[in-house]
Design a protein around this ligand. Structure first.
Ligand SMILES: [Zn+2]
Length: 361
């Protein structure tokens, strides 16, 4: 393990090719863009100064619980109720990831949250898809090479998941998979069994937020009822391992997740903000990595977390002793876990591999 302070520099991390599997469209808006969109939508924001607004989101989201964290989305969602707003948010998200050194990103959003201004869910899907394409083109003009894809999310506290699943089935060119998000405790995957049956029968890839605000039971349902191929966060899988840093004894769920190499979409800062982890230094991701779990590093909500993928990796280097090899493996594992055909995954992995060539471990 690399000792504190000896890992790669912020500049090096920025230059490493990175792969993002867990990033929310409504959690990644630029503060300046929010001000424009809020004005167009007639929505009142807490402040009209972009820097202060950025700080406001981070402070609010740091209240220490998932429900408090989720409250901040009322503002971003209110601004994302038109075709132009959705397309702009998607375009800027891709450009911002590209500028951060990301070579592949899956951006997720909940179509059902973007219909208050009169759009249909189908129109919301089309708007985001167009925005992603525009973002890829704009990033290319800036000299970056990035791939981007969308995941459709259903809100777990609502009852539209079967509709959203049907939307995913109907739009294979505009999304690569399905997710459920929102308050985890009290809203388990079993409440969305109809959606998961549809998706499983149609062989549509699924990732599920699980093991963030609830424990191994939620993860168990995600991989059984949900047939999830990846887990959003998943860090509380550690609750199913006795004595993890001594003589670990794996429970059934932990063994299943590790042994089947089900990737965990870890979002370190977000987990500290919601209280799922006590600090970056003590974040379960490091122990889980050492125990052989497949871990990937993601920003979750760049606005609310005040972060980027490079920053998340830098925090792990600074505070949890991660080294170059750890970052490379996380990015390679993310490339392999992308909801893409094998040849595309191999191309992304190759880009990651090349970017780390010659870097001192
Ligand atoms: Zn998330």
């Amino acid at each position: 393990m690399t000792t504190k302070g000896c890992g790669p520099s912020a500049e090096e991390i920025h230059a490493f090719p990175k792969v993002v599997l867990h990033d929310h469209l409504d959690g990644g808006l630029r503060p300046e863009t929010m001000l424009d969109l809020a004005q167009a939508a007639g929505h009142r924001l807490p402040t009209a100064d972009p820097d202060a607004l950025g700080r406001w989101f981070v402070d609010q989201a740091s209240a220490g619980s998932l429900p408090a964290f989720l409250e901040t989305f009322a503002h971003t969602v209110a601004c994302l109720q038109s075709r132009d707003a959705l397309a702009r948010a998607a375009r800027e998200a891709v450009v911002d990831h590209a500028r951060d050194g990301v070579v592949y990103v899956e951006i997720r959003y909940a179509p059902e949250l973007h219909v208050a201004g009169g759009l249909t869910m189908q129109e919301a899907v089309e708007a985001v898809a167009a925005g992603l394409d525009e973002g890829i083109a704009e990033a290319r003009r800036e000299g970056y090479s990035i791939r981007a894809a969308a995941l459709l999310t259903a809100m777990r506290q609502a009852d539209r998941s079967a509709e959203v699943a049907a939307l995913a089935l109907a739009n294979p060119d505009m999304c690569v998979g399905f997710d459920i998000a929102g308050p985890e405790a009290g809203f388990p995957p079993s409440g969305h069994a109809e959606a998961f049956t549809l998706l499983r029968d149609a062989l549509v890839p699924v990732t599920i937020h699980a093991g963030e605000a609830a424990g191994p039971d939620s993860i168990s349902e995600a991989v059984s009822i949900g047939a999830a191929r990846r887990l959003g966060h998943g860090l509380r899988i550690l609750d199913d391992i006795e004595d993890p840093i001594g003589e670990p004894r794996f429970g059934k769920v932990a063994a299943f997740v590790r042994d089947n190499r089900i990737p965990l979409e870890i979002c370190p800062t977000s987990n500290v903000q919601t209280g799922a982890a006590s600090s970056i230094a003590r974040h379960p991701v490091t122990v889980l990595r050492d125990l052989g779990f497949t871990v990937t590093i993601n920003p979750d909500n760049r606005l609310m977390c005040g972060t980027t993928t490079s920053r998340e990796m830098g925090l792990l280097v600074e505070e949890a002793g991660w080294g170059v090899a750890d970052l490379e493996l996380a990015s390679l594992d993310a490339a392999r876990a992308a909801f893409q055909p094998l040849d595309v995954r191999q191309e992304i992995a190759e880009a990651v591999f090349k970017g780390f060539e010659g870097v001192e471990p």
